[in-house]
Design a protein around this ligand. Structure first.
Ligand SMILES: Nc1ncnc2c1ncn2[C@@H]1O[C@H](COP(=O)(O)OP(=O)(O)OP(=O)(O)O)[C@@H](O)[C@H]1O
Length: 742
């Protein structure tokens, strides 16, 4: 299955002045709307050949010079330069190619939000985080004196460079409909009399946009609000009846009327926005606030941010998993197909992935990557999460989940499995920008993998097509964010061509028409370029003996030797990340896992810094107090079962007994899974499911605490909410367990 190329320009094609054959070389296709095509390009005028996004008028525009949409957008972008989160323009990046205007701008990696939200399930932490970030982006634009006027998920693009000032990992694109709302004199421009135009996209347009009224800041925020409803519920009820890839029955006008009617009704009863009949209280407050705003009045961004933080997991009603066909991945996986991948070699030589100490395929020349995966140097491979496929001597070998098998393909004991869990936990945090998309990719192989795990067929020789990584990259490449979302291009263009032209007297420039249709970007983004973020969270110092990470090297004794005790982070002699140590001390070592000196000893207590990484020292401290009393701590029990007979009910602790285990065991698993889900590392929940029943509960709790923390770290620093919520979940959960253990 080959990826369908969207757009009229071809890969390798060059355009623009500056070099003899054209400065901008088309590398990938990012998206296509009714009026423009967006490509990933290389600047061939410099040796480094940096990559950018190039937006160019569709071919139809050529036929009607009045529709110079991209040129107009470029002019607006010029005026918005310096506004955080808005794409930077590239010098010399404005031009014409065969009569079509183009503009070259900063390239953002990864998906837009419309695509992203259709991947694996989003938990409350991630939804609120996205809400915070996108709201901040809109506030930035408004503070610059501009309205976006086409706020919708497809116009927020995720990127790997995190910058809290500009909206964390999200950026905003598509300024085709943007308009200043402040005059040159600095006054807010009055609404124009007799204004009678629809601006925006049907699904996200405010009620006033439907009524063809002039839009203000409040209307951008209504669109943001509907985005939020969609994030929470997984759908907008006015577009619900539309089959994927199909238009709603009836005309566009009918669809618009339906959306308008339902939005109007929701003004007086926000519960009607949700098929459950219950609108989260936080959204009710937002709706009231936005409804009360006057045209010129500034929304209270702070209040909206605060209400956003009030959302709870119970407010998420979207399906916990998207249908299989909807899972997607549009990010290039590091090392996905390239033999002797340069980045991996660099990592290996720098010995940065020291902690990875899992299984590998014997005989391969390679090293463990940061995800507990094996990255062969010579043969190429795809690594990460718990599923691994390596290319070896021209063959694809599928390897078991980390911890499943040792180097001689013998199953690991549960003790070793636990060690593996310890090993891979910090790896997740190191894979910060990619963990989500990687685990998405692996989800798609879950069933195949599980079957083989069940049957004990590892490593298995698979028949994997040459372009397997490409296929992953295009899983479910179509998405929709508006009425004619996934319509054939022809249809979109026909509609585009049929639209009327207009000029907006309040803007310096003619504006493009309202835009809608788009096919999704499907090109994998540029490969990752960084191993360490600005906060230094991605890497840990190497182990004293870094050769431990190399094949054949002995496992460091502290990781598996019973004499050395459980390899709790705080107890490890290696210089582990102090953040992990502090969490372990606060949650695991100093509390639940009261039975083992390595976990509960004074060393851990001392190791806990006075302030936690999240600045939650008092909170953590009180949690420690609540949990830390030795009389209340859950005592260490014997292993449930060495032969993994596996039922939680069989593994009674002396105190809680079989009944107690049966009662809270499933909740424990459920919680673990949901925590991992929130961290978007869903596939690892599978490993947990397999290994937890055979583990000492105290070990499992401590391990989860650490793992949860590592996941939480992925979100720092701009999404502290997410991180702290995860920790809270874990803390509450542990508290509950401790009580039951009494
Ligand atoms: N700078 C960028 N970096 C990465 N991707 C981008 C960039 N700009 C746009 N894209 C991708 O291209 C898609 C289309 O971009 P944009 O919305 O600007 O085009 P458009 O033709 O105006 O779309 P529409 O007509 O549907 O509104 C976006 O949804 C986004 O996925």
């Amino acid at each position: 299955m080959r990826r369908e190329w969207k757009g009229t320009l071809q890969p390798g094609q060059r355009l623009g002045e500056g070099t003899s054959s054209g400065r901008w070389e088309i590398v990938g296709s990012l998206g296509e709307g009714g009026y423009a095509e967006v490509y990933q390009v290389r600047d061939t005028s410099t040796v480094e050949a940096p990559q950018y996004a190039l937006k160019i008028d569709t071919q139809q525009v050529k036929k009607d010079p009045r529709l110079a949409t991209v040129r107009n957008e470029a002019e607006k972008l010029k005026r918005l330069q310096g506004c955080e989160g808005v794409p930077g323009l590239v010098e010399g990046g404005l031009g014409k190619h065969q009569g079509r205007s183009y503009v070259v701008m900063e390239l953002f990696a990864d998906d837009n939000l419309a695509v992203y939200q259709q991947k694996a399930a989003l938990g409350i932490a991630e939804i609120t985080s996205i809400g915070h970030q996108t709201l901040k982006l809109l506030q930035n634009i408004h503070s610059s004196g501009w309205l976006h006027r086409d706020v919708k998920p497809a116009n927020f693009v995720r990127t790997i460079q995190s910058n809290p000032a500009s909206g964390g990992r999200w950026r905003v694109v598509d300024f085709g409909l943007a308009k200043p709302y402040i005059s040159k004199e600095g006054d807010i421009i009055d609404a124009r009399d007799g204004y009678n135009e629809f601006r925006g996209s049907t699904n996200y347009a405010s009620v006033r946009a439907h009524q063809k009224e002039e839009l203000g800041r409040r209307d951008d925020l209504w669109s943001w609000f509907y985005m939020l409803v969609e994030l929470l519920q997984g759908k907008l009820l006015w577009r619900e009846n539309r089959a994927p890839g199909k238009r709603a029955s009836g005309s566009d006008d009918e669809a618009k009327k339906t959306a308008h009617r339902m939005k109007l009704r929701a003004l007086s009863d926000p519960n009607t926005l949700f098929s459950s009949g219950r609108c989260p209280e936080a959204l009710v407050k937002m709706s009231r606030h936005l409804s009360a705003l006057q045209f010129k009045e500034s929304p209270s961004y702070n209040k909206l941010q605060a209400w956003l933080s009030e959302l709870t997991p119970a407010d998420v009603t979207r399906p916990s998993r998207p249908p299989a066909g909807k899972r997607r991945l549009s990010t290039a996986l590091p090392g996905a197909s390239e033999p002797a991948n340069a980045m991996y070699q660099q990592q290996a030589s720098a010995q940065q992935w020291h902690h990875a100490n899992g299984v590998h395929h014997p005989g391969d020349a390679g090293y463990m990557n940061g995800h507990g995966g094996w990255a062969p140097h010579q043969n190429g491979g795809m690594n990460g999460g718990s599923n691994r496929v390596v290319w070896h001597d021209g063959q694809a070998l599928q390897l078991p989940p980390p911890g499943g098998w040792d180097a001689s393909n013998h199953p690991l004991s549960h003790q070793e499995l636990l060690d593996e869990a310890w090993d891979i936990s910090p790896a997740w945090s190191q894979q910060q920008p990619y963990a989500a998309s990687m685990s998405d990719a692996f989800v798609s192989h879950d069933s195949q993998m599980s079957n083989q795990i069940e049957q004990g067929h590892f490593p298995a020789h698979l028949s994997v097509p040459e372009n397997w990584d490409l296929q992953l990259g295009q899983l479910g490449s179509e998405f929709g964010d508006d009425l004619d979302q996934a319509q054939p291009q022809l249809y979109q263009r026909k509609r585009a061509a049929g639209r009327q032209l207009y000029a907006d007297p309040a803007a310096d420039l003619d504006e493009p028409m309202p835009k809608r249709a788009r096919q999704s970007p499907v090109q994998p983004a540029a490969p990752p370029q960084m191993l360490e973020d600005e906060h230094g969270l991605l890497l840990q110092p190497p182990l004293p003996d870094s050769s431990a990470a190399m094949p054949g090297a002995a496992r460091p004794t502290w990781m598996s030797s019973p004499a050395a005790g459980r390899p709790v982070p705080g107890a490890a002699p290696g210089p582990l990340n102090p953040r992990i140590r502090s969490l372990s001390a606060a949650l695991g070592a100093g509390s639940i896992a009261g039975g083992g000196p390595a976990r509960a000893g004074p060393e851990q207590s001392r190791a806990a810094p006075s302030a936690s990484p999240l600045g939650k020292a008092p909170h953590e401290a009180s949690r420690r107090n609540e949990l830390g009393s030795s009389s209340k701590a859950l005592p260490k029990s014997a292993h449930i079962s060495d032969n993994q007979q596996g039922h939680l009910a069989n593994g009674a602790t002396p105190q809680a007994g079989a009944a107690g285990m049966a009662a809270y065991g499933p909740a424990f698993l459920q919680k673990a899974i949901s925590v991992f889900d929130e961290g978007r590392v869903s596939v690892n929940a599978k490993i947990l499911k397999k290994i937890i029943p055979s583990m000492d509960p105290a070990e499992a709790y401590t391990g989860l605490a650490w793992a949860g923390w590592c996941i939480a770290q992925n979100t720092l620093p701009e999404t502290q909410t997410q991180a702290s919520q995860m920790l809270d979940h874990l803390g509450d959960f542990f508290k509950g367990l401790a009580r039951r253990g009494c």
